[in-house]
Design a protein around this ligand. Structure first.
Ligand code: UDP
Length: 320
């Protein structure tokens, strides 16, 4: 199959491209390296069925892409780490709205030009639930987002992008699917991302105290990258004409302080914890209800936090 992956050089995107090229698909990867490094895809460039196009999706796609017929489009492109998406809030909003609109219009033009409708999977986020008042979060929970806060460029951006996707489905019958991705970790995470998992592992490996924001009693549910990629593939492959959002996350909920303690134990280090102010609008809890993913896709995560962290620590040991 011909598959387009926007944001294919990022942490999730490069892991997805790796799986797809190994399955023998011809993968066209688009990225502008806004939130990842060129080195991420060096190993992919060795595959003859991997094509890379450096491009910012807020602009129309280049000719060599627009003249290709695609079977599937995975639309991931967007800075996703709070530290990076808050570097330029307006750009983050543009990527989500203008970028998603461009890619959806591109998919629609495939039908007008070539009479094919590529299957389209959009990666949304658990951030659409904001600071949730219900726990765990089901897909029909409408969220508790601060629409003008510092995280809103990402949260509201993704909510607007979901709306675009659903309206392209309603108006043009584009086969659009949405996944809401909960915190994900694993090999190929960017060490500069500022995420809890990457920060803690790097700090521990360097013998530095771990940086806890707030008291560390806020919770997250961390899923291993391999589980996420399987879930995305399954939803893309679903034959049923179903388009609604589906949560993909590991319901093993854990406080940030407990995550820090596990990482100290697994890295076998003797470091302590330093406490800093909690960033504004940082959600107090986050846990997916994954019944829909199980019922629709037969999917549930298989890698528990300790096993996933062991593989991730091995990866960081090899690069720091
Ligand atoms: N966090 C922390 N120390 C760090 C990085 C993050 O305590 O060095 C906290 C952060 O405030 C949040 C949680 O860990 O409450 C998860 O943060 P991350 O950036 O990994 O993901 P997100 O906030 O998008 O869920």
């Amino acid at each position: 199959m011909n598959i387009l992956v926007t944001g294919g050089a990022g942490f999730i995107g490069s892991n997805l491209c790796f799986k797809l090229v190994n399955e023998g698909h011809k993968v066209y990867c688009i990225d502008n390296f806004y939130s990842c490094k060129k080195e991420n895809i060096l190993y992919l460039k060795k595959y003859s069925n991997f094509k890379f196009i450096e491009h910012d999706i807020i602009f129309p796609l280049p000719k060599k892409v627009s003249e290709t017929i695609f079977d599937q489009i995975y639309h991931l492109a967007c800075p996703a780490s709070p530290v990076i998406y808050q570097k330029d809030h307006i750009y983050t909003l543009k990527v989500n709205f203008e970028g998603t609109l461009n890619i959806l219009n591109f998919a629609k033009k495939q039908f007008e030009k070539f009479n094919v409708k590529p299957k389209f999977l959009f990666t949304s986020t658990s951030e659409v639930y904001g600071d949730p008042e219900v726990n765990p979060q089901t897909e029909d929970y409408r969220g508790n987002v601060n629409p003008h806060g510092i995280r809103s460029c990402y949260d509201e951006g993704k909510r607007a992008a979901e709306s675009l996707c659903m309206n392209f489905w309603r108006k043009y019958n584009l086969p659009v699917k949405i996944v809401r991705i909960f915190n994900t970790y694993g090999p190929k995470m960017d060490p500069q991302d500022g995420r809890a998992v990457s920060n803690f592992i790097i700090q521990a490996l360097k013998g530095k105290n771990l940086t806890i924001y707030g008291k560390g009693n806020q919770t997250r549910s961390f899923q291993y990258i391999g589980d996420l990629i399987k879930g995305m593939n399954l939803y893309m492959g679903l034959e049923e004409n179903y388009s609604g959002p589906v949560n993909l996350g590991n319901p093993e909920e854990i406080s940030i302080i407990d995550l820090a303690k596990i990482i100290i134990e697994l890295t076998n280090t003797n470091v302590g914890l330093d406490f800093y102010d909690l960033p504004k609008d940082d959600p107090t809890k986050r846990c997916p209800d994954i019944l829909l993913a199980y019922n629709k896709l037969g999917w549930k995560p298989e890698v528990n936090i300790k096993n996933g962290l062991k593989k991730t620590i091995e990866y960081f040991r090899s690069i720091v």
